[in-house]
Design a protein around this ligand. Sequence first.
Ligand code: 25A
Ligand code: L14
Length: 342
Amino acid sequence: MSENTKKYNVAIAGATGAVGGAMLEVLQRRNFPINELRLLASERSIGKKIKFDGREIVVQLLSEDAFENIDIALFSAGATRSLDFAPAAAKAGAVVIDNSSAYRMDPEIPLIVPEVNPEAIAQYKNHGIIANPNCSTIQMLVALKPILDKVGIKRLVISTYQAVSGTGADAIKELDAQTKAYAKGEEMKASVYPHQIAFNCLPQIDTFLENGYTKEEMKMVNETRKIFDDDSIAITATAVRVPVFYGHSESINVETKSEISVAEVKKLLASAPGVKLVDDPEKGHYPLATDCEGEFETLVGRIRKDESIENGLNLWVVSDNILKGAALNTVQIAEVIIKDYK
Ligand code: 25A
Ligand code: L14
């Protein structure tokens, strides 16, 4: 078969979840060359039928022997499932692209944002596994890469405003149910999150560590340094859950190594891969979570000088956390694999 007509056998582990569903959507929207598509999930979902590209596919159990003849396995069923089954998938010959946090900080496993460090994908050969970064990190780095390349980055101060869809299908239901309960004057029940999420902001995403930060906050610190391949960047983050269904928003304060004007940053970002500049505040144009839903691009705006320091900038960065933050980034990595390696 010639290069450009080759088709691949693809498995999705966690196909019935919020991210797994988006993977199906992205594979279809980007016309990924699929021969067989195998959908895997827990016992709860076995036998469930899912439509894809005119076919009807029956969900099977995620197990060690579910990966025979699979070329590419996309994992999105949580870190425990990745640790349990990704090695077996790799052993069966599949290239695993894992959306969980299980392997991200393993020095032998590449952690990839295709717009930022595609060259590191070659290291997939170490273990047959590639890690997809944390959603908040991915969109931040897509916006910062052109600035890093031009003037260098000394320090980042970040606050995030994260959507509930990042937690999964059950969290989407919880915000919906609490909002409806409020409208009816009924009691709002919290089970996924430790507090009511409707009409609230929770300064906790994931669990707390000994240093007082949450895991989500430290993921942004550690993953950024790994992907930028620079441990000298100073980074501090506050991650906040907000009552939004889709789209993470981030306030990013950047201290650059040398000077750059706002006009120059806008020019760089206007042509940066994966970025859409939305920056006309006079007209009320700035990035919004409601505008990023379903979009492949990361929206960047409110670009202005931090006048309190010598080389400072402020940005507002918004992206669909389920797409660029998870499913799209994973499929983009798969596209590089089939283009350059398979
Ligand atoms: O366990 P962890 O590490 O804490 O992580 C689990 C979380 O990972 C999320 C995922 O969201 C879940 O909340 N997740 C994955 N990638 C993510 C990312 N990048 C991410 N979150 C953020 N960013 P989810 O619920 O949308 O998707 C879960 C998927 O994983 C499959 N799965 C779960 N356990 C499994 C498993 N597959 C194999 N073996 C296991 N042991 C899951 O399939 C889904 O595809 P499923 O069949 O278990 O779930 C189908 C639907 O059932 C609902 N549901 C969830 N919990 C229950 C439930 N129904 C009844 N009882 C429950 N206890 C959900 O709505 C789910 O969509
Ligand atoms: O590391 O919004 O990918 O609950 C994804 C889900 C971090 C937390 C990760 C969320 C997790 C995030």
